[in-house]
Design a protein around this ligand. Structure first.
Ligand code: ZN
Length: 183
């Protein structure tokens, strides 16, 4: 399925990260919101970000998420066209501080990554614009959950879930699947 997503990211101390071609960027401790989209394979993209499992770094956010002091806390998503991605970025810009040039190589936005005041603001804002939230990192349940949420927009049966053999540092934590979910 295709859709947009917003990652709630926590940076637990001040860090400097080399972000691909952007070079070194300073990130202050605190909360960040990253906006992305996938024109196909939204579920795999969200899994990639939640699990940290990837062949190589490709997107700017991959470099940030590589850092030991950076975690994705929640991935918000909905089935939508790509244009919605930049609309969300534009709205977040009014509520956060844009990290110049981050994640917006293929559009005219100032940024797709914003430093925000706190998680509650983001959760409420995501609810307002009808993105579903998930902290699920196991493959099967995430796929099922995402298809359930997006079924109204995309009536497509789930593909065979790809079995991941290793998982992230969250692997042994049991997080309620629907903790941050809305319909
Ligand atoms: Zn944009």
């Amino acid at each position: 399925m295709k859709g947009v997503y917003v990652l709630a990211i926590i940076v637990s101390k001040d860090i400097e990260v080399r972000v691909g071609a952007l070079g070194k960027i300073d990130f202050k401790e605190g909360w960040y919101a990253y906006v992305g989209s996938a024109q196909k394979g939204l579920e795999n993209r969200v899994k990639r970000h939640l699990t940290g499992i990837r062949q190589r770094n490709f997107w700017h956010v991959d470099y940030l998420l590589d850092n030991d002091f950076v975690e994705v806390v929640t991935a918000f998503y909905k089935a939508a066209d790509k244009s919605v991605e930049c609309e969300i970025a534009d709205k977040l810009k009014k509520k956060g501080v844009p990290m110049a040039g981050f994640g917006c190589s293929d559009c005219t936005c100032e940024s797709h990554l914003f430093k925000i005041d706190d998680y509650d603001f983001l959760r409420d804002f995501m609810s307002e614009i009808q993105l579903h939230g998930t902290t699920t990192i196991t493959n099967d349940t995430l796929t099922q959950e995402m298809y359930a949420h997006c079924a109204a927009d995309y009536l497509r049966s789930p593909t065979d879930p790809v079995q991941l053999r290793s998982t992230s540092r969250f692997a042994d934590q049991s997080i309620p699947v629907n903790l941050f979910s809305w319909m």
